[in-house]
Design a protein around this ligand. Structure first.
Ligand code: EPZ
Length: 420
């Protein structure tokens, strides 16, 4: 397996262009199952996860061409209803084929995704929402077996212990587009990725209002058509580069991102003394020598994203004081603390809080993480650290960051891949 070698301290400069959003693209790709007509999806990041979704769509009977960030999905033969363990277990995003398959075929057998290093990650809200739409849901041998005599619209409360659920909202919304009657989802996820999916479904002929708010209304239609759709930019990738600049006290320019999707991060950066200017969609980051300590808690959108918690902690590891970082979405998502401490950080965990006592310097070390965003935090720390950092298992980074090494090198970082 490859490792990423980083020679710090990096001084980043220049521009970086943000790719299409992974977490918007995955449910959008699943939504192509709702029609037998041709779909073209643009701005799809070429990543391990999107390639896994391509493999899953192919296994379900779609023909997919994927090149230069453009996906063309056609359906040469009948759809199949079984989503296999091998594909679903490697990526939780693939569970969102359940809603579309059920809506289109009245049956689906989809492997349960299981937990992962960031937490237990149940699917009870997906099951609750689809059951309310008149589906019978059973579990057998690690699979969800769903059947319906016809989906019917319903008034559904989809909030869970940790707030709304992104993929449960996506699954139920997709299924409801072809249900008989009206569905109202209360406590729906407001994430831009859910809004993007709704916009794509609307372009396919779905009747959806309220997307982007906690109350989404879907009036079922008989049929959805093909579509030509462009995926939104990846706000988490953009946030990761902003935080890399903050940690290395660099000035960089970020192109192609949506600033309004990053308001919660920008607010915290201002508190930390880092200047971020939004100039007609181009973001300029002007970092300062002294990073002020800032406490933050993650929440569903528009709150601070859990997917930037690890990267923010890497910056706070270098702040001039104590900060408390709390994860209210995934309370166990702190695998990166031990690795950051191996690089000289002084962070301790107390329950759902990471308490960082900022240090003056981080030092390069061999490190490893078993989750995508934790790995991104280690890259940020490696850029800011003195000496050589080796980030092992870059498989995780390849799941979510398109051309990471290339983009960092273009920003002036001394980074390369090596066989581990
Ligand atoms: C999406 O996962 C993202 N994945 C995650 O990004 C992201 O961390 C997460 O949303 C939160 O923003 C994709 O979009 C592919 P949730 P999802 O359901 O939808 C609990 C990354 O690094 N919950 O919104 O699976 C759950 O345990 C990844 O790119 C239930 O209790 O997350 C969590 O505490 C990692 N029951 C909270 O809700 C359920 O049925 C929010 O999870 C579902 C979720």
């Amino acid at each position: 397996m490859d490792k990423l070698v980083i020679q710090g301290v990096a001084s980043l400069k220049g521009e970086v262009t943000i790719s299409g959003s992974k977490n918007a693209a995955l449910p959008i790709m699943a939504a192509t199952l709702l029609t037998s007509e041709d779909c073209v999806i643009r701005n799809v990041p070429m990543l391990r996860d999107t390639k896994t979704m391509v493999a899953l769509l192919k296994s379900l009977g779609k023909k997919v061409e994927f090149s230069k960030n453009k996906l063309t999905v056609t359906q040469p033969a009948a759809l199949k209803h079984i989503a296999d363990y091998k594909l679903v277990s490697t990526m939780r995003g693939s569970f969102c084929v359940l809603g579309p398959l059920l809506a289109k075929l009245q049956k689906a057998k989809v492997s349960l995704p299981g937990g992962c290093v960031i937490g237990i990650r149940p699917v009870d809200l997906h099951i609750k929402g689809l059951t309310a739409l008149n589906a019978m849901m059973n579990f057998d041998n690690g699979y969800v077996i769903a059947k319906t005599k016809g989906l019917k619209g319903a008034h559904i409360y989809l909030g869970g212990v940790f707030g709304s659920s992104v993929l449960a909202t996506a699954n139920v919304m997709m299924a409801a587009t072809l249900a008989r009657g009206t569905t109202v989802i209360e406590s729906a996820a407001c994430e831009p990725e859910v809004e993007d999916l709704a916009n794509m479904l609307i372009d396919m002929g779905a009747k959806i209002t309220g997307h982007g708010s906690p109350k989404i209304t879907i009036v079922g239609v008989k049929k959805l058509s093909g579509v030509n759709y462009k995926v939104i930019p990846d706000r988490i990738e953009a946030g990761t580069y902003v935080l890399a600049a903050a940690a290395t006290r660099s000035n960089i320019t970020i192109k192609g991102a949506n600033y309004t999707h990053l308001m919660s991060l920008m607010d915290k950066l201002e508190e930390a003394g880092i200047k971020v200017i939004n100039e007609k969609g181009i973001i300029h980051v002007k970092a300062r020598k002294v990073i002020k300590p800032v406490s933050v808690a993650t929440h569903p959108y528009p709150g601070f994203p859990t997917d930037l918690q690890a990267q923010f902690l890497a910056v706070m590891a270098l702040a001039g004081g104590i900060s408390v970082i709390t994860d209210r979405v995934y309370p166990d998502r702190f695998i990166h603390i031990a690795e950051l401490n191996r690089m000289g950080a002084n962070i301790r965990r107390e329950g759902t809080n990471a308490i960082a006592q900022g240090v003056k310097k981080l030092y390069g070390a061999p490190v490893m993480a078993s989750d995508l965003r934790a790995s991104a935090a280690l890259v940020i720390a490696g850029l800011a650290a003195e000496g050589t950092t080796e980030v092992h298992r870059i498989y995780h980074l390849e799941r979510g960051y398109e051309k990471l090494e290339e983009k960092l090198v273009a920003l002036g970082a001394n980074v390369w891949k090596e066989k581990a």
